[in-house]
Design a protein around this ligand. Structure first.
Ligand code: PMP
Length: 431
């Protein structure tokens, strides 16, 4: 595939933009290097790059794109909003309408607040939980990403139940000490931590279905146990539904799994492809937020009409009958096809899937936590990624990410993808 223009643009980008990218996950560092493709246009399930190549897109912009690119209903909503002014700095009817829509979809959101990113949403739920409980520490699960605020850029310590250490330069050891990391799906480790530090812990932060070291389901009963243990310790349960909200059902993973957190952070899909975040939860907790309470949180761009309009339009599309059945159907076709091919070509792989989101781990072991996901073979993933890209299949350049399907994908797109995968696995098995 000719990618000459991308190469030229990438070297120009590297002169002006740090690392040539505006988010590190877009670089090809995790796949042994190479030139990130410069996309010029997205339409439905497809991307078109600056060299005129077409790709079937499974990146979905890391989750927000679920209706396909440039869905006409969303594009129309954004255009209409822009015609009426892009930013007011005053309340709008749109915000009320969208808040009601979210509350109707996810009943645990008794009160909400709109922000501009998932990072902001999660960061604020932690602040509010601290304000509400008067405690400082939080618990998170190893390998889960919750945005780039200081507190959640903390890695696990050496043992399963130790205080954290900074995962980024610039995060201080003092901050890292406020965070305790335990393995996902390990309620015994959580119990141990809560026993030791229970009266210092403000909140336990969890992705109800993990999206950040691949798609990983909670073990049966795990989330119920998280609620029980956390509440017994007088702490709050925060769900990070930045990826999961509206991805698997019309609502949160909490609707699907029948579990209820005290607070929820959201982003991605609820902005219909524009920048957004939102957090919400129990009214007695949310009333700690300014201007009602002492926990401060603000935002010049928060609730801007374009993002809110895009979010409303996106949810309207998702409300249409058959949305999640279609995603399930396509996801199942893709999973079965890939599994069959891996068996045929003797490729070691495990697929975790929920509806229209899946991760192919290059390991034969079951993946239930970060340690398992980490065993996915780097070399095999790198080969697979580059060969698929060369064949016009756009995946995330990391072995830990998910493939995200959209309602714009068709069975024909999946067939095309499986043909590319067959050629790729064949080459991999011969190398
Ligand atoms: N939480 C989760 C679960 C995420 O996946 C992400 C982004 N990948 C974030 C928070 C941060 O969201 P944003 O990039 O919008 O700040």
């Amino acid at each position: 595939m000719n990618t000459k223009q991308s190469e030229l643009l990438y070297s120009e980008a590297c002169e002006h933009i740090v690392g040539g990218v505006n988010s590190p996950s877009r670089s090809f560092k995790g796949v042994g290097g190479g030139t990130p493709v410069f996309m010029e246009k997205g339409k439905g399930a497809y991307f078109y790059d600056v060299d005129g190549n077409r790709y079937i897109d499974f990146l979905g912009a890391y989750g927000p794109i679920i209706t396909g690119h440039a869905h006409p209903h969303i594009t129309h909503a954004i255009t209409k909003a822009a015609e009426n002014g892009t930013l007011y700095g005053t309340p709008t009817i749109l915000e009320n309408q969208f808040a009601k829509m979210l509350k109707n979809a996810i009943p645990s959101l008794e009160k909400v607040r709109f922000v501009n990113s998932g990072t902001e949403a999660v960061m604020t739920t932690i602040r509010v939980a601290r304000a509400y409980t008067g405690r400082n520490k939080i618990v998170k699960f190893a390998g889960c990403y919750h945005g780039h605020s200081d507190l959640v850029l903390v890695a696990a310590g050496s043992g399963p139940a130790t205080l954290g250490s900074p995962d980024s330069a610039g995060v201080t050891a003092n901050i890292a000490e406020e965070v305790i990391t335990v393995p996902f799906n390990d309620s015994n480790a959580l119990a141990e931590v809560l026993k030791k530090w229970g009266d210092e812990i403000a909140a336990v932060l969890v992705e109800p279905i993990v999206g950040n070291f691949g798609i990983v389901d909670p073990a049966p009963g795990f989330l119920e146990k998280v609620n029980e243990l956390t509440h017994d310790a007088g702490a709050l349960v925060i769900y990070d539904e930045v990826i999961t909200a509206f991805r698997f059902t019309y609502g949160g993973a909490q609707n699907l799994l029948g579990v209820t957190p005290d607070m929820t952070a959201m982003g991605k899909i609820i902005g219909g492809g524009l920048p957004i975040g939102a957090y919400g939860g129990r009214v007695d907790i949310m009333e700690n937020v300014a201007p009602l309470g002492p926990a401060y949180q603000a935002g010049t761009m928060s609730g801007n009409p374009a993002s809110i309009s895009a979010g409303i339009a996106c949810l309207e599309v998702l409300q249409q009958e058959g949305t999640y059945e279609k995603l399930e159907d396509l996801g199942s076709q893709l999973e079965q096809g890939l599994n069959k091919l891996m068996t045929n070509y003797n490729i070691p792989g495990t697929i975790n899937r929920r509806c229209g989101a899946l991760t192919l781990f290059f390991t034969t072991q079951k993946v239930t936590n970060y340690e398992d996901a980490d065993k996915s073979d780097d070399r095999l993933f790198q080969q697979f990624f580059h060969k698929m890209l060369d064949r016009g299949i756009n995946l995330a350049p990391s072995k830990y990410e998910a493939w995200f399907l959209t309602i714009a994908h068709t069975h024909q797109d999946i067939n095309e993808t499986l043909t590319a995968a067959e050629q790729t696995f064949k080459e991999m098995s011969e190398s």
